[in-house]
Ligand binder design. Structure first.
Ligand SMILES: N[C@@H](CCC(=O)N[C@@H](CS)C(=O)NCC(=O)O)C(=O)O
Length: 256
């Protein structure tokens, strides 16, 4: 019973975090093309400014490699210092254009002009009110996804299917950050009305059909379901749904 109350609180506070940010990072563009090489984002899940970049990535329908830089973490800090000359996050490395950028406003604007052919929406800019709401989102999550937890390094990157505002996916992203586990972040935001709602209770009658030729359509064909979070761990040949199971899996296999 105590456990399920804890779980309800965790999901509830994650819903509140998304609400504070006005559910930015829910819908995804239908048209943006993924560049051939995976951009890298040095990221801290609980960092207010990193959140704007991840919201932009979902809205632009872009996948990236997440390099987690939790406070107190050392695994990727040297690499971040080498590429950026500082330990500040967010920091983006885009090998497709040779771009290396720090600062959420600069990164968000770059992503929208390079991959969206438009200006970034005002709600993703680091204005005082937006930063305050993003910081509050971290506060309501009890500052999860900010500080390092001791962990074993992984040989190969994991893959996480997610979208930024997904309350269940946030729980997993926080843990991946705390455990300094690098991963490919596959963003599958909502592209049509039928995508809205939990996988088991969509706001849509009849069989669920993602838009053709999308990541959602590929996921349905390959995995048989479109639901996030979905974790792939090539180190153990594991593929799994359900945030609670994924958290337990990460704790058992990578936390020290
Ligand atoms: N019990 C699942 C719930 C997962 C869930 O409902 N995820 C939502 C997003 S928060 C989803 O996949 N919705 C369907 C969709 O986006 O197409 C868990 O804890 O992982």
């Amino acid at each position: 019973m105590a456990f399920s109350i804890q779980r309800a609180r965790s999901v509830g506070s994650s819903v509140l975090a998304s609400t504070l940010r006005g559910w930015r990072g829910s819908s995804a563009s239908r048209s943006v093309q993924q560049p051939p090489l995976l951009p890298e984002l040095f990221d801290r899940e609980g960092c207010a400014h990193c959140r704007f970049v991840r919201e932009a990535l979902t809205e632009l329908n872009l996948d990236v490699r997440i390099v987690p830089i939790p406070l107190g973490g050392t695994r990727f800090r040297t690499r971040l210092m080498e590429v950026s000359g500082s330990d500040q996050v967010p920091f983006l490395v885009d090998p497709n254009t040779g771009t290396q950028l720090g600062g959420s406003d600069q990164i968000v604007q770059y992503l929208f002009s390079q991959y969206g052919n438009k200006s970034a929406p005002a709600q993703l800019r680091a204005t005082g009110p937006n930063v305050l709401k993003s910081k509050l989102a971290t506060v309501v999550r009890g500052s999860r996804g900010l500080e390092v937890r001791p962990s074993k390094p992984v040989d190969q990157d994991l893959t996480l299917y997610s979208f930024e505002s997904s309350p269940y996916s946030r729980l997993v992203r926080e843990r991946l950050c705390e455990l300094e586990i690098p991963h490919k972040l596959v963003n599958i935001g909502k592209q049509q009305r039928a995508d809205v709602g939990p996988a088991t209770f969509r706001l849509h009658l009849g069989e669920y059909k993602p838009l053709p030729n999308t990541k959602r359509a590929s996921m349905l064909a390959e995995v048989g379901n479109v639901q996030v979070p979905y974790l792939i761990d090539p180190n153990a040949d594991v593929k799994m749904f359900e945030s609670d199971d994924i958290l337990q899996y990460l704790n058992q296999n990578y936390a020290l």
